[in-house]
Design a protein around this ligand. Sequence first.
Ligand SMILES: [Mn+2]
Length: 313
Amino acid sequence: MATLPELPVEARRNAKPRHDRMPPRIRDKKLPDWIHENDRSEKEGKRLKFRTIWISDTHLGTAGCNADLLLDFLKSTDCETLYLVGDIVDGWQLRKGWYWPARHNDVVRCILKRVKRGTRVIYVPGNHDEAFRDYTGLDFGGIELINEDIHVTADGRRLLVLHGDQFDSIVLYARWLAFLGDSAYVLLLKSNSLVNAVRRMFGLPYWSLAAHLKKRVKNAVQFIGKYEEVVAHAAADRGVDGVVCGHIHSAEIKQFGDITYYNDGDWVESCTALVEHADGRMEILDWAERIRLQEMAKIAAKAGKPDLQAVTA
Ligand SMILES: [Mn+2]
C-alpha cells in the first residue's frame, strides 16, 4: 500500500493546527454577546423552569434556522418534558444541497444533553422530517419517536400533540404550500437573514421581516385562520380538551368552543416556543422579543435611563 511522503522537518514545524488555517471569515465570526451571557447563567443554574416545552419548525439544515437564538433558548430553560413537534431537521432542503454549520450540531448536542440530565424528550416528526415517521415507536438515544401523543397537563387537561401537516389538504381554498413551499418563501427567508445580518452589524437584535410581512398578506392571514379552525375541529372529534401543533409558523393560543388550540410557532421566522408552567398554565414565549427587550434595557442603562430597564423585569 502506498504511503504519503514524510514532510520535511521544517514544513512540519510550520504546520499550524487546522483551526488556525481556517479562513478568518469563519474563525472570527463574531457571536452576539447574549450567547456568552447565557453560558454563564447556565453554570449559575439560573434557568427558567417549566413543566413542559414545545418547539417545532426549527428547520435545522437550512440557512433560515435561527440556531443562535434557539441555542440561547435551550441553554436558558429547563423542563420535565420537551416536545419536538416536527420539522426539526429539514430533509427537503438537505436533499437539495447539504448545509450543516457547527451551530446546528450544537443544537443537537444541547438536546441530547437534556436527555442525559433526565428530561423526557419526545419527537413528533413533521413533513420536512417525514423520514423519521418510518421509525415511530423507537427510541433514539433516549429521544422517543412518536407520530402523535396525548399530553396531560398539570391541571388534568388532555392535549393532542401532532405536527399538523395532516390538515393541509383539508384547508382547500388557500393551501399553505401555495406560499410556504414555493421559492418566494425561500427568498423571503433569505432576505430575512440578510436584514438580520445587517442589523447584527449595527449591534441590533433579531427582528423577523418574514413574520412581519406574513401578517400583512391577506391570503396568509385567511389560511392561518381556516387552518386553526380545522385543527380544533379534528381535536374535538378526538374527544380531547385541546391540541398542540406547529407547521404553519404562527404561534397562537386560541379558544374554539371547548377546544383550546395551541401553536408553538417556529424558529425560522418568529422564534417562539409554547410552555406549560408547573400549575398547567400555558404561555407562548417569544424569544426574539425577549432578547430585543433585554438589549434595549442594556442600551437604556448605558444611556443612564434605568427606568427603561423595567421592561425586562
Ligand atoms: Mn411542517
